[in-house]
Design a protein. Structure first.
Length: 109
């Protein structure tokens, strides 16, 4: 999924402690940022920046649109995600992903 968002022009930081510790790059002065990081407050990511917190789903919609969506836009895109939820939300269900099941079968417990 990272490739799709990158192709759309989204800027993403790798998950981890980088954002919490302040190790991320700064945004352009006065920028508005939508983030899934818990450290969100004015000027956190850059001088005179406004930072908004939201879910990964909302972040992907913001990235696609280049702005925060209207309620109607959000609901429309969430309908697409909900319809595909069986595949979209598998990423941490390792016990249900065939590649992981196959690998786990080769490990002696």
């Amino acid at each position: 999924h990272y490739g799709v968002l990158g192709t759309a022009g989204a800027r993403m930081e790798m998950p981890g402690c980088s954002l919490c510790m302040g190790n991320q790059a700064q945004v352009k002065e006065g920028a508005t940022v939508f983030s899934t990081s818990t450290r969100n407050f004015p000027n956190r990511l850059g001088k005179n920046s406004n930072v908004y917190l939201g879910s990964a789903e909302l972040a992907s919609i913001c990235s696609k649109l280049g702005r925060i969506p209207t309620k109607e836009e959000y609901m429309a895109d969430m309908g697409v995600l909900t319809a595909a939820s069986d595949t979209v939300y598998q990423y941490l269900n390792f016990d249900k992903i065939k590649d992981y099941q196959d690998k786990a079968d080769t490990v002696a417990a």
